[in-house]
Design a protein around this ligand. Sequence first.
Ligand SMILES: Cc1cc2nc3c(=O)[nH]c(=O)nc-3n(C[C@H](O)[C@H](O)[C@H](O)COP(=O)(O)OP(=O)(O)OC[C@H]3O[C@@H](n4cnc5c(N)ncnc54)[C@H](O)[C@@H]3O)c2cc1C
Length: 506
Amino acid sequence: MHNEKNLTRRNFVGAALVGGMGVAATSFLAGCSSAPAASDTQGANQEAWDEETDVIVVGSGGAGLAAAVEAAGAGVGVIVLEKTNIIGGDSTLCDGILGGWGTKLAKAQGIDVSADDVYNWFMGHPEWYGPKDPEVARLLADKSGETIDWLQEIGVPFVEEVAPRFGYTELPVIHQVDGKGAEMIRILKENAEGAGAIIETETAATKLIANDEGRVIGVAASSKKGDKRIKANKGVVMATGSYAGSPSMLAQLNAESAHLLPGSNPGATGDGLAMAMVIGAYTARAAELPLMSSLAGVESGSIVNWNYYERLHGLWLDANGERFFNEETNYENPTGHRAIVRKQNEQGKQVVAFIGTTPELEAVLAMRPIEWATGETVEEVAEMVGLDGAQVKATVDRFNSLCETGQADDFGRPAEFMIPLTGPFYAAPISVSTSVTMGGFRTNTDAQALKLMAPTKEGSLTAPIAGLYAAGVVCEWNCAAGATVLCAVTLGRIAGQNAAKEEPAA
Ligand SMILES: Cc1cc2nc3c(=O)[nH]c(=O)nc-3n(C[C@H](O)[C@H](O)[C@H](O)COP(=O)(O)OP(=O)(O)OC[C@H]3O[C@@H](n4cnc5c(N)ncnc54)[C@H](O)[C@@H]3O)c2cc1C
């Protein structure tokens, strides 16, 4: 049953010979299965296809597998290409935190949150990672709960409690997948394969192939077995995720990103973004700094995710031992992480987290040691991390005096977080990592990849690229914290549904 809808290399040739699909059969038998010509559009119809299906999904994360479940469920042939030997990309690594309204789980708890609340929350943080395209944001907000219910219906387990989550949102919308991203991906894969999708691992799409009219009709792909061309009768869904697994891609797109630690899976190398640019898709925000996390103590293996759930009320010190920003900036607010990145680039050295002993630190120490430079005096700890002891002492003394007198803080740190530093003291360099990049395909609400057009009297500046869909982080990122993987699944479903409805290319 599974393979009937997908014509693999072997049975495609057989079918072609029996059914008289002469173009492909003849050229395959002539041995034309090598890499495609440099141009995507020229000669697309003349070269042989090695495999054929209806919908090709590129990438097996939340976006790709959701597309595969929907397209295969609609009864069409689906091949999912996955570059690595692991299914699920960042979606399988993720914490499974999904923010949506009006779900069965939320209703069972009597929670009253509307689509407008979620939309306003998405749009209410324009200086953060907020959505830039209001129509797509509206769609993602409207469908956020529906997607969670759908995941539950297909078998993804959730913990019962729906609640706000510190570091994500104050709205009571956070649903937690029981078993996190790995369990969600396991169930999505099971459903995709159950509906007939074929997943080819260790097979990377390398190029989108379009016909002379510009319709995307297939992909070139590469695996250990060699290069091949796969025909997609109905469409291609790009779901290749971020470029946060590639330091060189990060640095190429934004020089300020040059020293970020890659926090994504190794398959997240921006292939989709590059293919989008080659085919002339409308991409946006690729040059922006990505979503970042600031981690103190990476070198010692004793990591504190700064500003996240372990708020330790410390200081950030530059190479001169001086403060430069409000260290209590919220986790989701990128300005704190950006300030660290920019300071590190400017001084060519890491910024140092310097903390005293507080009840919060003691709570962490009760659970695990923090193996940072430590000691009873400010000076000795500062020297251990390469800072000038006298200068750091002056900085700490000034901060402590501001705390005591209730004077306004130099950097806008709120009064509730003006907590004096007392020993023992701890210090460690801060590294900044990323797992969610910003740039990618612009899509419409049908998940169609767009191209930019010259203005007309009607004023429309974009048009869909026929046969090409995109979903997930390979798109211009369109949501705030806690909704990334959920929005990937939502748009992935839409991409799969719509690709399955396409008329085959002539
Ligand atoms: C540790 C961690 C925790 C996170 N926690 C959360 C969370 O709790 N909630 C939340 O909303 N977000 C979270 N995120 C972010 C979120 O998981 C991801 O942004 C999201 O899952 C991306 O989904 P995707 O389908 O777009 O891409 P991915 O899941 O990354 O899938 C893309 C896939 O495409 C494959 N691929 C790439 N190039 C090619 C190619 N050329 N050919 C074939 N395949 C290719 C990749 O190998 C990968 O498997 C977390 C991220 C990380 C790293």
